[in-house]
Design a protein around this ligand. Structure first.
Ligand SMILES: O=C(O)C(=O)C[C@@H](O)[C@H](O)C(=O)O
Ligand SMILES: [Mg+2]
Ligand SMILES: [Mg+2]
Length: 389
């Protein structure tokens, strides 16, 4: 059996915040008529240049067509040669490798008539605890809007939230205060995420101020790749520290410098399920915790993470994938489901990821390319449509 073709389709889907994320749907076809689907999720991140999707299609066809789809390790090796690791969180080559590796997993599952979780290690759990994100405040008037988000989502069963912080500490504090006085211990704040916007000393000052509120962990409280800074920060605070994994070299340096307690692992940022499983194994071997991060995927990307999370033995902190709840629409007929603040892993009876494309929705949200238009760095850092300077 051979891979016979590949197709990439770009969609632009707004979030309830108004921010639009562009994603690429990947289809890998075989000469036996079975197609695997994957997602290169959320290209709408800095840096502000875009890939040429037609050219990318040609490049990926050159790599894939004629290969046996079960040769996932071999194909990953070739993808890595063509899209090498960079020491940058939002490196777009990782998104490309992730979408292809996902489609290969979906394809393998379909060909074997087995779910992806069963294909990569089976199920330690069939639901994954997740938290809903509260995007970064820049202005005081956003506090009430975000408290309303907590009210709405709490009613839907989300009792755990994470908060992006660091640009307006008065607003961060007002929000945490509002949550505490309205919900008390019924609502849990999983994390404060500094998103590498402050250096470790500034993040430490901010943390001291916000530490009168309860939260479980602190994420990205230093510049990207400041392994020593993370280590210094970690020794100063009682909370566990988490950091995203965006390259194996970076993960190795975090282990070597004892920079973190928890690795935040997302297939999109490390370049696929195959790579994410290695990162989770490295976490296990180095005695670190692990959680599933997110770029806010659509249902295909989120299902891939659900299958991955189901098979991990060391997923010991609340995870982040809530994309399908954030966007106004999806591109599948049967989106992933959330129940009482858990992401449900698609059933064992469904081959591959268990997702089916909805071409009416794809046509509705299809866009010609990954071009940017006009958007500010603040909007990209804070994931809001807020245009105020
Ligand atoms: O934990 C994080 O950091 C994120 O979730 C990053 C976000 O920017 C996410 O990728 C998003 O698009 O909202
Ligand atoms: Mg983060
Ligand atoms: Mg994202």
């Amino acid at each position: 059996m051979k891979i016979s073709d590949l197709k990439l389709t770009v969609v632009g889907i707004p979030r309830h915040t108004g921010f639009v994320s562009k994603h690429v749907i990947v289809e890998i076809m075989t000469d036996e008529g079975v197609t695997g689907i994957g997602e290169m999720s959320d290209f709408s991140h800095l840096p502000q240049y875009s890939l040429d999707v037609n050219d990318l299609t040609t490049v990926l066809k050159t790599i894939l067509v004629g290969k046996n789809p079960f040769d996932i390790s071999l194909i990953n090796k070739e993808l890595l040669s063509n899209f090498p690791e960079m020491m940058f969180y939002y490196e777009k080559g990782n998104f490309v490798r992730n979408g292809v590796d996902a489609a290969l997993h979906d394809l393998a599952g379909k060909l074997l008539n087995t779910s992806v979780a069963d294909f990569i290690g089976g199920r330690v759990k069939d639901k994954i605890k997740v938290c809903y994100p509260i995007f970064r405040h820049r202005f005081m008037e956003e506090v009430e809007e975000n408290l309303e988000v907590v009210r709405t989502r709490f009613k839907q069963g989300f009792d755990t939230f994470r908060l992006y912080v660091g640009k307006n500490l008065d607003a961060d504090e007002a929000f945490l205060d509002g949550v505490k006085s309205e919900f008390g211990s019924k609502v849990i704040i999983k994390s404060l995420d500094f998103s590498h916007l402050l250096d470790w000393k500034q993040a430490w000052q901010a943390t001291k101020r916000l530490s009168k509120y309860d939260f479980q962990l602190i994420e990205s409280p230093a510049a990207q790749n400041d392994f020593e800074g993370l280590h210094h920060f970690r020794l100063k605070v009682d909370h566990p520290i988490s950091e995203h994994v965006w390259s194996f070299r970076q993960q190795y340096e975090m282990i070597r410098h004892d920079s973190v307690d928890i690795f935040n692992i997302s297939p999109i940022f490390i370049g696929g399920l195959t790579a994410a499983r290695k990162a989770a194994a490295a976490a296990e071997v180095s005695g670190k915790g692990c959680l599933l991060g997110t770029t806010q995927e659509l249902s295909i990307g989120t299902a891939a993470m659900a299958h991955l999370g189901a098979s991990l033995v060391n997923l010991n902190f609340t995870s982040d994938p809530t994309g399908p709840e954030l966007y106004v629409s999806d591109i599948v007929k049967n989106p992933v489901k959330y129940e009482d603040g858990y992401l449900l892993v698609p059933g064992r009876d469904k081959p591959g990821f268990g997702m089916e494309l909805d071409w009416d929705l794809i046509e509705k949200y299809r866009v010609p390319d990954l071009s940017w238009g006009s958007i500010s760095v603040h909007q990209l850092q804070d994931r809001t449509a807020q245009t105020k300077a």
